[in-house]
Design a binder for this molecule. Structure first.
Ligand code: UT7
Length: 323
């Protein structure tokens, strides 16, 4: 018998306000045509002053709990991925924990920017399998709009706000191909820090800072790193790419998603794409896309799903699970 982390619920939350490319072009020197052609983005959701990383994370967590038929008190581990916490400390996970009534369990944040959800999933999966916890909420939540420089058209048009969450339950199984997380790989390479970063922080400027990105250089690394890590996970889990029912990629750029799928010979009709609606929501993008595809019935129980992401650091990773 082995202990495996099984996904038993998904949820997501978006701010109320959707902002189209055309609306953005009223205040930013850009156009709908440029944004769609270069990134595939058509709109993004932007948080108002009352909508925070913890409030969006809490809404996503509640939706995931409802889908799993559970309540906050059933959860003994919360791992929340974010680059935009409510405060430097306490961890936003503890704010969500209190809001859903999961008090007393483990709760902490992880920072791996756009790969944050994959990192959080890896950490939660390890803790569930070693018996440190029995039911986990893994959340990706961001109010990325708070750290955007609205004068910098090369970054501000690309990002949005939102949150996604999954509930994982540790289960004993001897079925090697049954439901659960089958294998994950995570990487980081700090040599590329300066290609995607925030120009501030508590220990340096004392200010929150703004996102800076050399987009075209990030782009080149992204396709290669993602294709490599997907191959690693396929090898680790002894899975043929053709057996994958769905890929849920990080939603940064439609061209990166298409390029990665092409490298692995995966047809686009097996790839979940939400970048047009959500833009890049950093740590929230993978669980947001996953929840959308579960709720609209595309992703079904028994299917094999690959999650993947790449972001600042650089960090990147992938995880294969059977729903
Ligand atoms: O989630 C973390 C990982 N992040 C990513 O994966 C992002 C990766 N990068 C990208 O998605 C793409 O590189 C971008 C969408 C950011 C940019 O696309 P690109 O095809 O690499 O364009 P570029 O940066 O090479 O810029 C091309 C041109 C430039 O003008 P010149 O120098 O050729 O005259 C830019 O000044 O487009 C110009 N430009 C814009 N024009 C209108 C840059 N931003 C804009 C804009 N509107 N918003």
């Amino acid at each position: 018998m082995t202990r495996r982390s099984v996904l038993i619920g998904t949820g997501s939350a978006l701010p109320k306000r959707a902002v189209s490319n055309a609306e953005l072009a009223e205040t930013v020197d850009t156009s709908d045509e440029w944004i769609v052609e270069r990134s595939g983005i058509r709109q993004r959701y932007l948080a108002d002053a009352q909508e925070t990383t913890s409030s969006l994370g809490t809404a996503a967590a509640k939706a995931a709990l409802a889908a799993a038929g559970l309540e906050g008190r059933d959860i003994d581990l919360i791992v929340l991925a974010t680059a935009t916490p409510d405060q430097t400390f306490p961890a936003t996970a503890t704010i969500v924990q209190d809001a859903i009534g999961a008090n007393g369990g483990i709760a902490f944040d992880v920072a791996a920017v756009c790969s944050g959800f994959l990192y959080a999933l890896g950490v939660a999966d390890s803790m569930l399998r070693t018996g440190m916890a029995s039911r986990a909420l893994v959340i990706g939540s961001e109010t990325f709009s708070r750290i955007l420089d609205w004068e910098d058209r090369t970054t501000c048009v690309l990002f949005g706000d939102g949150a996604g969450a999954v509930v994982l339950e540790a289960r004993e199984t001897d079925d090697k191909t049954g439901a659960g997380i089958l294998g994950s790989k995570l990487h980081a390479d700090g040599a590329h820090n300066q290609l995607l970063y925030v120009d501030g922080g508590p220990s340096t400027t004392g200010e929150v800072g703004k996102v800076r990105m050399k987009g075209n250089q990030v782009f080149k690394h992204a396709v290669n790193n993602l294709a490599d890590v997907l191959r690693e996970v396929l090898e680790l889990t002894e899975t043929d790419a053709a057996a994958i029912d769905w890929v849920v990629p990080h939603q940064a750029n439609a061209r990166i998603i298409e390029g990665t799928a092409r490298k692995l010979g995966l047809p686009m009709d097996r790839v979940i794409m939400t970048v047009d609606q959500h833009a890049n929501t950093s740590a929230a993008s993978v669980p947001l896309a996953l929840d959308q595809a579960v709720r609209d019935g595309r992703i079904k129980p028994g299917q094999l799903v690959m999650l993947e992401a790449m972001g600042g650091g650089f960090t990147w990773g992938a995880s294969l699970l059977r729903i």
